[in-house]
Design a protein around this ligand. Structure first.
Ligand code: FAS
Ligand code: PHB
Length: 403
């Protein structure tokens, strides 16, 4: 048994864990990251692509933003196409100058891994059998196996940054946690291709055939999605079948100029809204996907993880720099206020842009639910107030101060 000691144990080396680790280290707060898989495995996951200002600012504060600022694409707006007619949401005008940054989550992970390795901060990849102990006591610790050897990591606090399928949330007794969940009756089939994006900004599409999203990672790498039945398997979708269906859902001008190519990644992701309350238990704090999941329609998943990281980092800095131990009790309530706003926006955008059964759950005849939604979308896109509602949430609500 190898015994270790640190101030903050971080479970998970996704964006939540690595960004928190980097920020804490900058404040001289010792931390150890335990990750179940290899760094290579983490870097193979194709996830988010749009960063709110808050996330980009945290990357700069963490000192890992050089490549993001050099290669990230600043987007002043995006389009929503409804039955072939595209309306631009002018983020910069409607939010008095705010924008979003297009920079892949894989690149964020790459930047954070490189920075952590350069600082020689302790990180255990392929750490297995991670278990949390005495999280409500005065000697919290984490046990795990690494290279076949048993380890015990003693710490002051544990940050559960281990995603939806991690061990941290399960450490909170079921009788003490409330889980809110909504599962959507479709998935997103996503394709990554080394082809120039069809537009310089994102296009979200609601068509009679279903949802589509035209996104990107750079001027030469594109990311596209269509919604598919949950029963679909990615093997059923050839590249040609994907491109053919995507063209039928994009506005005609975009469909005509779409440059297709071989997929370098293709996968189907299920959609769910999920929130665990509370987000803390004794010395354990849940961060990011360990506590909440959103459908990617609002580009909020990674960005909600970032606001959790910001809240916890500022609280732990007050603990270690000012010996303000009481402020740890504020974390869950502060984090959840912003999470619920992001969850509601992501559900709302999903309802507006997909043929979602719940819109017509009370229909006794006809499809008034779908017609109500289409009428709502038409009104929102045709109204400055409506477009502002969308823009304010899309760029991200402000981060809350710590009381
Ligand atoms: P993560 O899940 O990224 O990281 C958790 C880490 O913990 C993983 O590396 C995991 O291996 C590790 N772990 C798990 N159990 C462990 C254990 N017992 N011990 C040690 N380590 C353990 N968000 C968007 O904003 N836009 C998108 O387009 C988008 N697309 C997505 C597509 C998919 C398929 C998925 C699954 C998510 C998508 N998301 C998207 C959301 C995603 O970006 C998450 O919000 C983001 O990865 C959250 O980061 P973390 O909280 O670090 O969780
Ligand atoms: C992506 O580029 O992967 C992406 C962008 C915006 C979204 C979802 C996914 O809302």
């Amino acid at each position: 048994m190898k015994t270790l000691r640190t101030q903050v144990a971080i479970i998970g080396a996704g964006p939540s864990g690595m960004l928190l680790g980097q920020l804490l280290a900058k404040q001289g707060i010792a931390n150890v990251v335990l990750e179940r898989v290899s760094a290579t495995h983490v870097l193979k996951r194709i996830r988010a692509g749009i960063l709110e200002t808050g996330m980009a600012t945290l990357m700069r504060e963490a000192g890992v933003s050089e490549r993001m600022d050099a290669e990230g694409l600043v987007h002043d707006g995006f389009a929503i196409a409804h039955n072939g007619h595209a309306t631009r949401i002018d983020l910069k005008e409607l939010t008095h100058g705010r924008t979003v940054l297009c920079y892949g989550q894989v690149e964020i992970s790459r930047d954070l891994f490189e920075a952590r390795a350069a600082a020689a901060l302790p990180t255990y990849f392929e750490a297995t059998d991670v278990a949390l102990h005495e999280v409500t006591g005065n000697s919290p610790h984490v046990t795990f196996l690494h290279n076949g050897e048993a380890h015990t990591l003693h710490c002051d606090y544990i940050a559960g940054c281990d995603g939806f399928h991690g061990v941290s949330r399960q450490t909170i007794p079921l009788r003490l946690r409330t889980e809110h969940e909504r599962v959507y009756p479709f998935g997103w089939l996503g394709i990554l291709s080394d082809t120039p994006p069809v537009s310089h900004e994102l296009i979200y599409c609601r068509s009679q055939r279903g949802f589509a999203l035209a996104s990107m990672r750079s001027h030469s790498r594109s990311r596209y999605y269509i919604d598919v039945a949950l029963t679909d398997k990615v093997e059923q979708w050839s590249d040609d079948a994907f491109w053919t269906e995507l063209k039928k859902r994009l506005p005609a001008e975009a469909a005509a100029s779409l440059i297709t190519g071989a997929s370098i990644e293709k996968s189907i992701a299920p959609l769910r809204s999920f929130i665990c309350e509370p987000m803390q238990y004794g010395r354990l704090f849940l961060v990011g996907d360990a506590a909440h999941i959103v459908p990617p329609t609002g580009a909020k998943g990674l960005n909600l993880a970032a606001s959790d990281v910001s809240t916890l980092y500022r609280i732990l800095t007050r603990v270690y720099h000012d010996k303000d131990y009481a402020c740890t009790a504020l974390y869950s309530a502060i984090a959840l206020r912003r999470v619920w706003h992001g969850e509601r926006f992501s559900w709302w955008m999903t309802k507006l842009l997909h043929n979602l059964d719940e819109n017509s759950m009370h229909d006794h005849s006809g499809d008034s639910g779908r017609r109500f939604t289409e009428s709502e979308l038409t009104y929102l896109l045709g109204s400055v107030a409506g477009r502002t509602l969308i823009a304010e949430q899309y760029v991200g609500l402000p981060y809350e101060e710590i009381g």
